[in-house]
Write a protein that binds this ligand. Structure first.
Ligand SMILES: *Cc1c(COP(=O)(O)O)cnc(C)c1O
Length: 681
């Protein structure tokens, strides 16, 4: 194989998205094109500088990466006799060049699939071919968010249209209302795992139906239910057209739960009675819920549901009432909407929330569905989310960790390996931290040059650097730190103990509250006392995410309890020596041990029914200021004779040794296999 052949075979498998050396090869081929294409290897390869390709040293590097890729693809499965699993999710965060995600749910699904590949599990993902993605963020002159929808060109990305024996595209038909819609699929190779992305946007379909799969979370319920029919029913039909018969179907969040109705239809068509068919479906389906607010669960008015399901109802041969019953807590309440989570709970054998606290909240939410159970007996368990360390660990951090713990981060779930970091000297750990911070600040200086929202960062490479990047859903309260503006100004004005705060995030295009949050942060960033030190990075994506979680000293997370089901961005910082400063919501009550970061506000009580949001905001803001004033800033600037903040470094050691392994996607996926996918019951 020529060096180019080797690069071509690497470029078409997203394995490169969790191998920084592979990514570096493509960048070297054509740095400008690579950057302009959101780090797309195929774009760089198509415009490669031949002189670089001819360089023998570069060719040696290609050989090294290629050999590692081949070894990865051929290595043995890590888990014996894992059941074959099909995983359904509305969104996937795989890499910034494929805009198939809006935030944490998608990134979690991508991380889950990548960890399944690392472990060599028999695992197939199903999602949507979101050609126009979520949206690209820009701003008008007033700092008001605007959206554009660049269209993904499949010819320039590692996706291939699935065909029948090399000929015409493989298609399946999905009944939507009274129409029969054709669905095709694009395959993405994700290491050893395949992901199929469903697509209705081609000429076999009427104009009205072509946009169904184009965009993520846009439009109203009318579009949403139709999109979810494509995902659930189309996804299962596509698996059948591919001649697969998985043992387990995992619906990740309610959007894809129609897959369970399609399984039911298959069994009824095979001659089972309804009860037998339901038992069969339940025996093979598992469900994960992420939604701690009742209104957040996808739900559809009975009329809308009945209209969208007309064709499917004819195929499944059940009454409207029977179909509606699967999505209702009280089937005879004719007003009750059809809720996707209820469907997922009713037709699965195992259900879970995504942190211990979230499991508890989910049991409270759905208690009525299980009238014979006490609250603690409600059969919704929890598996706490984790992050795919190879994806989220910065290249230089990876080299450092390879020297000190393990040379293969895909195999780094063992806590003992991380324990080795405890022996490193203060100086070694501090140099690590400072070099990652400096790398981030360089990146920020370059990045803001190209954005529509004017920013003039004046960042200090030695200053305490705080990060906040995630979706700008209002419950996450991005501007909470500015609630008392004068108290915040005093923190930013202290030139002896400087702090700086980096933001990134997108508000949903229909969420004016979230857009006002960004606008407020923008205004503050232009105000004396904050200018240069509060910086908003435009166009939040996985690249900005990777940079911020690796470089920040402190990761700020202040959601309104108990609305953060898990949160995962804070899990990405620990391997880089970053410390969490977080409300005790989602995963943090499990991660926080008193010495590895800070808590904002009270211990979780598990019961938030009566909490007044304005009171909570006031209390949490006060708690945040106290932590910053009394602990975070003093600890960072309390330097010994050697110039090092030893108490801070002790906390880093505690976080770096204790958090990465238990909050890794590898630990999470192994738990799913052992506790959920295996059906020993
Ligand atoms: C990790 C990650 C998230 C999750 O953030 P949380 O709000 O902490 O759950 C969202 N978006 C991107 C791009 C991420 O990488």
């Amino acid at each position: 194989m020529t060096p180019r052949d080797k690069l071509e075979s690497i470029a078409i498998n997203l394995w490169w998205s969790w191998d920084p050396e592979a990514r570096a090869l493509f960048r070297r081929l054509n740095p400008e094109v690579y950057r302009a294409s959101d780090n797309n290897p195929q774009a760089a390869l198509a415009t490669a500088d031949e002189a670089v390709l001819d360089d023998p040293a570069f060719q040696d590097d290609i050989d090294t990466v290629y050999d590692r890729y081949r070894d990865y693809m051929e290595r043995d499965s890590h888990v014996e006799d894992a059941p074959e699993t099909a995983y359904f999710c509305m969104e996937y965060g795989l890499h910034e060049s494929l805009s198939l995600y809006s935030g944490g749910l998608g990134v979690l699904a991508g991380d889950h699939a990548k960890a399944a590949s690392d472990l060599g599990l028999p695992f197939t993902g199903i999602g949507l071919f979101l050609r126009e993605g979520y949206f690209r963020q820009s701003f008008d002159a007033n700092g008001w968010q605007e959206s554009t929808y660049p269209v993904l060109d499949p010819a320039k990305h590692p996706v291939s249209l699935v065909s029948k024996g090399g000929g015409d595209p493989l298609t399946v038909t999905v009944p939507i209302g009274t129409h029969a819609i054709e669905v095709r699929a694009w395959k993405v190779a994700l290491g050893r795992t395949d992901l199929y992305l469903l697509d209705t946007d081609f000429d076999a379909n009427p104009e009205d139906f072509r946009p169904l799969t184009r965009r993520l979370y846009q439009g109203g319920d009318y579009e949403r239910i139709r999109q979810e029919l494509v995902l659930g029913i189309g996804g299962l039909r596509m698996l059948r057209a591919l001649e697969t018969e998985p043992a387990v179907y995992h619906a990740n969040e309610g959007h894809c739960a129609f897959l369970m109705l399609e399984l039911l239809r298959e069994r009824l068509a095979a001659g089972d009675d309804q009860e037998t068919a339901e038992a069969w479906v339940r025996n093979r389906s598992v469900f994960t819920t992420h939604t701690p607010v009742m209104a957040g669960h996808d739900h559809f008015a009975p009329d809308l549901f009945t209209e969208a399901m007309a064709g499917f109802r004819d195929q499944i041969n059940l009454s409207n009432h029977d179909l509606l019953s699967y999505g209702r807590v009280h089937p005879d309440d004719h007003e009750e909407t059809f809720t996707m989570t209820v469907l997922g709970l009713k037709l699965s054998r195992a259900a879970n929330g995504v942190s211990k606290l979230n499991g508890h909240v989910a049991r409270q939410q759905w208690e009525d569905l299980y009238p014979d159970c006490s609250l603690e007996e409600v059969p919704i368990d929890s598996i706490t989310n984790g992050v795919h360390l190879p994806t989220w660990t910065a290249g230089p951090a990876r080299d450092f960790l390879a020297d000190h713990i393990h040379n293969d981060l895909t195999m780094s779930q063992d806590s003992d390996q991380w324990g080795g970091l405890a022996d490193l000297s203060d100086e070694t750990l501090w140099n690590y931290r400072c070099s990652l911070r400096e790398r981030l600040l360089d990146y920020v200086e370059g990045k803001v040059q190209a954005q529509s929202l004017p920013m003039h960062p004046d960042l200090d490479p030695e200053a305490l650097t705080i990060g906040f990047a995630r979706r700008f859903a209002t419950y996450k309260r991005a501007p909470l730190i500015f609630r008392d503006r004068e108290r915040a100004r005093a923190l930013f004005a202290d030139t002896d103990r400087p702090i700086q705060l980096l933001y990134a995030g997108k508000a949903h295009p229909a969420d004016d509250g979230g857009k006002r949050f960004i606008q407020r942060i923008y205004e503050i960033s232009q105000t004396a006392g904050f200018e240069g030190k509060v910086v908003f990075l435009e166009g939040y994506d996985m690249e900005i995410g990777r940079m911020l979680v690796s470089g920040c000293d402190v990761w700020l997370n202040n959601p309104r309890r108990p609305l953060e089901a898990s949160g995962t961005s804070g899990q990405k910082v620990a391997a880089h020596g970053g410390l969490n400063l977080s409300v005790l919501d989602g995963w943090w009550p499990e991660g926080y041990n008193g010495d590895n970061g800070w808590a904002i506000g009270p211990e979780p009580t598990g019961d938030y029914g009566e909490a007044d949001p304005a009171v909570q905001d006031e209390q949490d803001a006060a708690a945040l200021y106290r932590q910053l004033e009394e602990h975070v800033i003093p600890t960072f600037y309390d330097r010994g004779a050697d110039g090092l903040p030893s108490a801070w470094i002790d906390m880093m050691r505690e976080a770096m040794t204790g958090l990465p392994a238990p909050f890794s996607a590898k630990r999470m996926v192994l738990k799913y296999v052992e506790e959920v996918y295996r059906n020993d019951g």
